[in-house]
Design a protein around this ligand. Structure first.
Ligand SMILES: *Cc1c(COP(=O)(O)O)cnc(C)c1O
Length: 353
């Protein structure tokens, strides 16, 4: 089945959203970048260095720039105030509160469940298999006519692995709703982004972020790639100025200096591999999971104890033990070379205790 021909996002979006016409802002009608015009349409203070003006609601320039870097057409790009807003807008556009459901695949990023709760949408959890891969058969069996979205995190947080291409394809080809692939950590792996497959799958949505590899968690800028039809629906419901000028300008500068980001990624990936080797040498570490991200999940003898001991030494890690398949695990973010050395020194000292 190629559902390219049959999938219609308007058919799965909420009734009220289908009927909406978006709020038309002053900057919708006349973009700030049009030269030679006198702007007395938006009740802005006329004095200032640019920040006195409302931003372009669609950030066209930034989309053009990102389009070149990521090789995705600008018309298939959408921005939000962090991935968190992007994901929330997907719920608000496509999942009817009180009747629809989504499928999530624990252990995974906690935000999908939180957003399902906030939006009063049932969260159907289908646990990953051993090895943190997708149980596609079980996912397909869990789908009913009210299932609107499946959330796949790849590389997955907290396990660090990519989901197999075949399992993702199976879901894309056999589910008549949105398959949302969260690629927050995609820059740390040589694997291709699913955004490359957008023209093959009309129900594919890919999210990325400036918060991880791009080093800009503070500016809150999330990215979504999808068909222009899906983007059109999201544009109808987004707050008009959800991404501010300071964030957009900062992102633009970072994209213009992409080499800096690439060099940092190279260093982080090299440090990750070193850290994995070093963790394997620690006697109370019983298992280290391979990682395609900038963090490492490791199983230890007693996660609560080791967490506290590391904290006593001034090192904050994440205890992931409460998640399924993650009993007695800690998650370590790859830091600077100095931070990694500090971690390893602390782990060595703990060996004997
Ligand atoms: C960190 C992270 C994000 C990023 O969220 P932002 O709101 O863009 O900062 C998204 N998804 C996953 C799985 C993450 O771990």
């Amino acid at each position: 089945m190629t559902n390219k021909t049959i999938f219609d996002p308007l058919a799965v979006c909420r009734e009220n959203v289908k009927k909406l016409s978006p709020y038309s802002s002053a900057r919708d009608e006349f973009s700030e970048h049009k030269q030679g015009l006198t702007f007395i349409d938006a009740n802005e203070n006329p004095y200032g260095d640019g920040l006195n003006r409302y931003p372009d609601p669609y950030h066209g320039e930034l989309k053009e720039k990102l389009s070149v870097v990521k090789e995705v057409p600008a018309g298939k790009i959408f921005f939000g105030n962090g991935s968190d807003e992007v994901l929330d807008l997907l719920f608000r556009a496509f999942a009817e509160p009180g009747s629809d459901n989504v499928i999530t695949l624990p252990p995974t990023y906690g935000m999908y469940k939180v957003l399902a709760g906030i939006n009063n949408v049932e969260n159907r959890e289908v646990q990953l298999l051993d090895g943190f891969q997708i149980d596609t058969e079980k996912v397909l069996k869990s789908i009913d006519e009210h299932t609107k979205m499946i959330f796949i995190c790849s590389p997955n947080n907290p396990s660090g692995n990519l989901m197999s291409e075949n399992s993702v394809k199976t879901l894309l080809e056999n589910f008549n709703g949105l398959v949302v692939i969260d690629e927050a950590y995609i820059d740390f792996t040589p694997a291709d982004s699913w955004s490359k497959a957008l023209s093959e799958y009309a129900n594919l949505v890919v999210t990325q972020t400036f918060s991880k590899a791009y080093g800009l968690a503070g500016i809150r800028l999330g990215i979504l790639y999808a068909s222009p039809e899906i983007i059109g629906i999201l544009n109808k419901i987004k707050p008009p100025y959800n991404v501010n000028s300071l964030s957009a300008n900062t992102a633009m500068t970072r994209l213009e200096n992409i080499r800096v980001v690439q060099d940092q990624i190279t260093e982080i990936v090299a440090n990750r591999e070193q850290l994995i080797k070093a963790l394997l040498e620690v006697d109370f570490v019983t298992e280290v999971f391979p990682s395609d991200a900038n963090f490492i999940l490791a199983r230890v003898d007693d996660a609560t104890l080791r967490y506290r001991q590391l904290l006593d030494k001034g090192i904050v890690v994440r205890d992931r033990s409460s998640q399924v398949l993650c009993e007695e695990t800690l998650r370590f973010t790859v830091g600077t070379t100095e931070e990694n050395q500090k971690l390893l020194k602390a782990l060595q000292e703990l060996k004997t205790t």
